[in-house]
Design a protein around this ligand. Sequence first.
Ligand SMILES: Nc1ccn([C@@H]2O[C@H](COP(=O)(O)OP(=O)(O)OP(=O)(O)O)[C@@H](O)[C@H]2O)c(=O)n1
Ligand SMILES: C[C@](O)(CO)[C@H](O)COP(=O)(O)O
Length: 229
Amino acid sequence: MGRGLTLPQRTAALIPAAGLGTRLGQGPKAFVTVGGLSLLARSVAALAPLVDEVVVALPDGYALHDLNLPGDVRAITGGATRQASVLALLQASEADVVLIHDAARPFLPPSVGEAVKAAAAQTGAATAALPVADTLVRQAGPNLWGQLTSREGLWAVQTPQGFRRELLLEAHRAAEKSGIQATDDAGLVARLGLPVALILGDARLFKVTTPGDLILAKALARLWDAEHA
Ligand SMILES: Nc1ccn([C@@H]2O[C@H](COP(=O)(O)OP(=O)(O)OP(=O)(O)O)[C@@H](O)[C@H]2O)c(=O)n1
Ligand SMILES: C[C@](O)(CO)[C@H](O)COP(=O)(O)O
């Protein structure tokens, strides 16, 4: 191959969707619908145009044919934790660059997905995130105001998170070896001392976690569907 030529990079969207939705209380959350579409179907529809393949991790006993998903999607069975589900997804793909995206974040603006993908391909690791807007306080005891924490320089981390797949696999294997459980994938890469780019996310990328979030998602679905029809 001549100098300056680069091989095309194969990309995959890997969607952990195997959670039980305990805080929402309506069964496995990825299958909960807003505006007639499941959270998972919305996440798949947002990511499929950005990548070569889509793989989702489902709870044990669930199958793709129950789901009426758009496009060509492969499913595997997830693990007992989000981290285990992502590791299983990483092992199920051979893509060079992967976008990890929570099924529980159904409203992904295309520009954010594109920006995370481009940054991940260039730097190896990137995540959508938003600068924190609220005052932050650590509780002194249950429901009791304690120490104020400056929000200066603090970001709330969202998904998608994009990585060179080999790099994220290495981070997961290192975490497994040390018995580390993290809440996200970028944290596992940062733990190895490697940089993670912060890409400006979007308020609409909130994670549907509680019944209040579901009310917001149902309201937003009407506007979103009108805008993205
Ligand atoms: N064992 C798990 C746990 C979570 N997830 C996925 O990781 C994302 C973020 O998880 P979260 O919002 O915590 O979902 P749940 O685990 O379903 O919620 P809860 O903690 O309330 O049970 C979700 O898309 C969820 O389906 C997963 O694939 N496998
Ligand atoms: C990955 C994540 O969405 C980034 O904010 C978040 O950490 C997932 O957390 P959860 O504990 O699985 O809800």
